[in-house]
Design a protein around this ligand. Structure first.
Ligand SMILES: Cc1cc2nc3c(=O)[nH]c(=O)nc-3n(C[C@H](O)[C@H](O)[C@H](O)COP(=O)(O)OP(=O)(O)OC[C@H]3O[C@@H](n4cnc5c(N)ncnc54)[C@H](O)[C@@H]3O)c2cc1C
Length: 277
């Protein structure tokens, strides 16, 4: 797994034709992201229209070669980088306003990322991109998940919730980020999250439990949600609370219309931490 700095913040000011802070790929050949990013901020990006759309429509279960023609040859998909068109293979309603999207990176034998990292999702028809943490753990397949909360009035989250269906193709670029247990190794872990901030934490917790096989686990996980209906991954959190070496505390700010919260109330504060850690 290669760590790359995100080009997102620098893209607007980057000189055309140059992708900033990107670690070169083997042999210096361009990645798909390097080819399209400089053009992404222009109103009618010619590279975007001519180069990206054919790549999205092309088969992706193998790495394109020169025999695929000039467009695909230029935009070779790197089997080690999570950058390219992914297929939506499953959609799960997690809470009333949160969905998990299962995505398949067909050009990779196994998706390579550190738990806690994120991808940048490009929605070509909107000309927008947003970051989403990978909520699954790296389990050696080419399928991974993102978990998206619908933001009222939000362009991309609303599009993902209302328009994206199984079988659709989306474009991701990544993985990015250093917020990962892989980069901050420890014997004991304290995870604090609120709302949709739980997504990278779940990736890390799932990964830690799988790798350690439950042996020597020392995890304290405190999560805060608005109401019981808003607890993302609630069933899994309740199961986690039963695992030896894992302590899970869920706080809700208020009751939902259908459930009075019997657990801790309020938001995560020093008093809560002093008690549960
Ligand atoms: C590293 C990282 C990881 C992330 N991981 C996740 C994740 O795992 N899950 C997740 O759900 N989210 C995640 N996010 C947040 C995600 O990237 C988006 O910000 C989120 O989905 C909202 O995007 P949107 O396009 O739907 O909303 P936007 O269109 O960006 O709008 C956001 C809000 O601003 C308001 N707004 C928009 N334009 C205007 C305007 N002109 N004037 C006033 N108000 C306006 C909208 O009504 C909305 O309420 C992550 C963000 C980062 C940076």
């Amino acid at each position: 797994m290669r760590y790359r700095h995100s080009t997102f913040a620098q893209a607007a000011s980057a000189p055309v034709g140059k992708a900033t802070f990107r670690v070169p790929t083997r042999g210096g050949r361009p990645t798909l992201a390097a080819a399209i990013e400089p053009a992404f901020d222009t109103a009618v990006p010619p590279v975007f229209e001519t180069a990206v759309e054919p790549a999205l429509a092309a088969p992706v279960d193998r790495v394109p070669t020169a025999s695929d023609g000039p467009v695909l040859a230029e935009l070779q998909l790197d089997p080690e980088l999570l950058t390219g068109p992914v297929e939506v293979t499953g959609i799960t309603q997690v809470t009333h306003d949160v969905k998990t999207f299962e995505l398949r990176a067909g050009w990779m034998p196994a998706v390579d990322f550190a738990p806690g990292q994120y991808v940048t999702m490009r929605i070509t028809e909107l000309g927008l991109e947003r970051c989403y943490s990978i909520s699954s753990a790296p389990f050696g397949t080419n399928i991974f998940t993102i978990t998206v909360k619908r933001v009222p009035g939000g362009a991309v989250s609303t599009h993902l919730h209302d328009n994206v269906q199984v079988g659709d193709r989306l474009h991701v670029d990544g993985p990015y980020g250093l917020f990962s247990t892989s980069f901050h190794q420890a014997e004991r872990h304290l995870f604090l999250s609120a709302g949709s901030g739980i997504t990278p934490i779940m990736s890390m917790v799932r990964s830690l439990l799988a790798r350690q096989g439950g042996l020597g686990t020392d995890i304290v996980f405190v999560h805060s949600a608005s109401t019981p209906l808003d607890i993302i991954f609630r069933a899994e959190l309740e199961q986690l609370a039963e695992v030896a070496g894992v302590s899970v505390t869920i706080l809700c700010s208020r009751d939902s219309e259908v459930e009075t919260w019997a657990g801790r109330r309020g938001r995560i504060d020093a008093a809560t931490l002093a008690e549960v850690v």
